[in-house]
Design a binder for this molecule. Structure first.
Ligand code: 26Q
Length: 803
């Protein structure tokens, strides 16, 4: 059906008519999109079945990646690319007068995630399948993904996202594999021939219905599965209002929580977590039982990975299944569980550590709570033997203490591996945040530096650069991204540099068009594109960027001899709807944009752009167009960062702190090819231990800082009244928790170096190419191989015959 253009056109037209009962002429772009999607699904269906068959019959170990978020973005074009049929389809459609790009345009982003953690899960799925590894995702089929962001009057307004409005071409509903999930009720204890057994009764039951999405590897016939669970009514209860029951059940998979840090203890969130975990484990166990008819070898055939603590109830849920349903004794069940589950930590920010009050937890999940209590008791006893009499230590390490369940502690005790997401992050976990646990379980801790899939972030997002690369080193880098290192000598090749520059120019032009369409602001595409795109959070310090732009503004106004290469500062960021301070920063960026862009003296040199509704599909236009990548978090706070890798892969240079994966990028590319500044993590952590620093001194002694801070509150921004006073206060009255003023001078210095470096285009391109060359290491293929070898113990499947 995709073997050549004609064949594709024929199948396409026939399928369109058969499905919609319309002629091609009458069809809408949505009809065309769905037709194409269905064709691809049909095309891969035999491979999908064969992959499942092969995994079952060969008795290979499988990994299930449990995540409350999968931030996939659009799927159509990536699938075509991975199947090697993009060109046939593109050309075939063109002859019919259809533009594939327009079809891609109307496909909705699968935006089932907030940011880094969710996008990482999506990159991992792509790498698993592309490396022929037996690995599947388990998540929730949220009806509404992360909210759509509108900027009204400079303020963020949130609207419900509606990705399913026109249907989803990729999912397959499997109603006959639905699973019951039990909440509330009580636990009955029975004594059966001396063995205590437990029955969870009077429960409220929700049905979890799986929707499977094929995960298509690159140029392989392995098709893995992402299974998303949908919450639906099960048996309608007699004593309850039927409509209310329906609403209540469906609400479980209705919304993605739009918060990427604050733990806010809402019962619905806990319900979602148990819903995901219980459905996934019941279905994994059932499929294991079908193949092996025993659960005693479960840990040898199944690895379960939990993406942060959100799915940590996998641990007590597996215990429940083994002990209550399989009648295993506790010790054996615990052995199996603690050899099955592994855990990734994504943050050291204390406000992000999940904690649940017993009052909330126990009534909703009474049996699971009992099991956690038992795990806790046994763990505390073990601690007592190791640290006799050290009550303080035991109290601090306990899973349940002072009426609170600590999810990270449960994860640490119940899994066989714990990993951080960049070297420095893992070191901070071992030596600080989780020091006590590292002392007890040193063998559990390991580092797995994050990665990104080069298939989406280079091959798909930047076909122009991909072609340019292939022209000089051949195409095998797509299968072996470490071969991008072959580009290194070309950093000094005038022809290649020129080609790279041309691509960058073209991509800047096309982003400039998008910006102009969205904002009406004309962009000089020869200006430096300086980009900060990521969630809005105080620790990521968009504010440092803003204060520096204000300072540049002041210099242009005040210093006659000041010269600067024109620069376009581009921001993209969503703020959690309840995060007051983050929303203030969004308003501040927009006020600054207004001020800068409309000042005739300044705007030829500076522009400030706030990109509305930053998301995966927009990111695919942003990274290829960037010259400068802002990675300026307070050192020690950004666990890894993955945007840094996407920028680097597209030839942007980092201005950044020595934080997260920036450090490893620095180690690879060398000091000449990255602009670093600011306090080290060590210095920040030392300050923190001594109660912070005196931000007032930096205000008082640095005239530049004094001036910009006063501009926050003195009417510099028209109609701002006292809008930005809380920001001013956070820096001066609350002692600047994120060291913005402390790092200002150093940042401004690094920015001057960026300006200077850009003036020498040959030198800049050299640096840019060296960054691209080293980016292969940051492919998620490398990351996933490390997980497969060191944590999961899984091996590639043999590829079958090609269909
Ligand atoms: C928790 C409780 C209640 C509601 C929401 C949440 C929640 C949701 C999402 C907490 C955290 C997240 C997401 C965190 C995240 O994206 N962390 C980022 O993970 C990336 C991948 O490892 C890293 O690169 C980033 O450094 C890290 O910030």
């Amino acid at each position: 059906m995709f073997s050549n253009k004609q064949c594709f056109q024929q199948s396409f037209l026939k399928k369109l008519e058969m499905t919609y009962g319309k002629s091609f002429k009458e069809s809408t772009i949505y009809d065309q999109y769905h037709t194409l999607g269905n064709m691809v699904r049909e095309y891969i269906s035999s491979d999908w079945i064969a992959t499942n068959e092969k995994q079952r019959s060969s008795h290979t170990k499988q990994v299930y990646y449990l995540s409350i978020e999968f931030l996939l973005g659009k799927l159509l074009v990536q699938n075509l690319l991975n199947l090697g049929i993009r060109e046939v389809v593109d050309e075939g459609l063109q002859e019919l007068g259809i533009d594939l790009r327009e079809i891609e345009e109307i496909e909705a982003d699968a935006g089932l995630g907030n940011g880094g953690l969710g996008r990482l899960a999506a990159c991992f799925l792509d790498s698993l399948a592309s490396l022929n590894l037996p690995g599947h995702g388990c998540g929730i089929r949220y009806k509404h993904g992360l909210f759509d962001q509108k900027i009204v009057d400079g303020f963020q307004v949130e609207l419900p996202e509606q990705w399913l409005r026109h249907g989803n071409a990729w999912e397959v509903r499997k109603a006959d594999e639905a699973i019951e999930i039990n909440f509330w009720g009580e636990v009955e204890t029975l004594n059966e021939k001396g063995r205590l057994s437990f029955r969870h009764v009077h429960t409220e039951t929700i049905m979890a219905v799986p929707y499977d999405i094929p995960i298509i590897g690159y140029e392989t016939n392995i098709v893995n599965t992402l299974r998303l669970w949908n919450a639906e009514p099960s048996r309608f209860p007699i004593h309850k209002d039927v409509m209310e029951y329906k609403r209540e059940t469906e609400s479980v998979s209705e919304f993605l929580y739009p918060d990427d840090t604050h733990e806010d203890g809402k019962i619905l969130r806990l319900k979602q977590q148990y819903f995901l975990v219980s459905a996934s484990l019941q279905s994994i166990v059932a499929s294991h039982r079908k193949t092996y008819s025993t659960l005693q070898n479960f840990h040898e055939k199944v690895a379960i990975h939990i993406n942060d603590t959100h799915p940590v109830l996998a641990i007590p849920e597996l215990m429940r299944i083994l002990v209550d349903e399989e009648q295993m004794d506790w010790e054996e069940a615990w052995f199996i569980t603690t050899n099955t589950v592994s855990y990734t930590n994504h943050t050291t920010l204390s406000e992000a550590l999940e904690k649940w009050s017993i009052h909330l937890f126990k009534p909703l999940l009474p049996r699971i709570y009992m099991i956690i209590e038992e795990i806790n008791e046994r763990f505390c006893r073990q601690l007592w033997n190791r640290y006799p009499g050290d009550w303080r230590k035991i109290e601090q390490m306990a899973i349940i203490a002072h009426g609170i369940v600590k999810m990270a502690h449960l994860a640490l005790v119940g899994s066989y591996r714990v990993n951080g997401v960049a070297k420095i992050h893992t070191e901070i976990l071992k030596n600080r945040e989780m020091k006590d646990f590292y002392e007890v379980y040193p063998e559990k801790f390991t580092n797995k530096t994050n990665g990104i899939t080069h298939r989406r972030w280079l091959l798909k997002a930047n076909p122009q650069l991909s072609r340019t690369i292939t022209d000089v080193i051949g195409a095998s880098w797509v299968h072996h991204p470490s071969e991008l290192m072959k580009l290194k000598p070309y950093a000094f090749d005038a022809g290649f540099k020129e080609a790279v520059q041309k691509v960058k120019q073209e991509r800047k032009k096309s982003l400039a068009q998008i910006i102009q369409r969205q904002t009406g602001i004309p962009i000089d595409d020869h200006s430096i594109f300086d980009v900060q795109v990521k969630r809005l959070h105080a620790y990521k310090r968009q504010l440092l960027n803003v204060l520096h732009i204000m300072y540049l503004y002041n210099r242009i106004k005040e210093e006659k001899s000041f010269e600067i290469h024109p620069r376009t500062f581009i921001f993209g960021a969503k703020a959690s709807p309840g995060y007051y301070y983050a929303k203030k920063i969004i308003k501040l960026i927009n006020s600054l944009a207004e001020k800068v862009n409309n000042d005739p003296q300044v705007s030829p040199f500076l522009k400030v752009i706030f990109l509305e509704n930053y998301r995966v599909s927009l990111a695919e236009y942003v990274f290829p167009a960037a010259d400068v990548s802002e990675q300026i978090s307070t050192a020690s706070k950004e666990a890894s960062g993955t945007g840094n890798m996407k920028f680097m892969m597209n030839g942007a240079l980092i201005i950044g702190t020595l934080d997260g994966a920036n450090i490893e990028i620095f180690e690879k590319v060398g000091a000449d090819n990255i602009f670093t500044f600011g306090l080290s993590a060590e210095e920040v952590l030392n300050y923190e231990q001594n109660g912070g620093y005196r931000s007032y001194d930096y205000y008082y002694y640095d005239k530049r800082i004094k001036k910009v801070l006063e501009q926050l509150i003195n009417g510099f921004f028209p109609n701002s009244f006292d809008l930005f006073e809380p920001i001013y206060d956070s820096l001066l009255m609350q002692n600047d928790q994120y060291y913005v003023l402390r790092d200002f001078a150093s940042y401004a210095g690094a920015q001057e170096k960026v300006n200077e470096a850009y003036l020498n285009q040959a030198g800049w391109l050299e640096r840019s190419i060296i960054n691209i060359a080293h980016s292969g290491y940051f492919s998620s293929d490398r990351t996933i191989r490390e997980y497969a070898d060191d944590i999961w113990g899984i091996h590639p499947l043999e590829r079958g015959t090609v269909v």
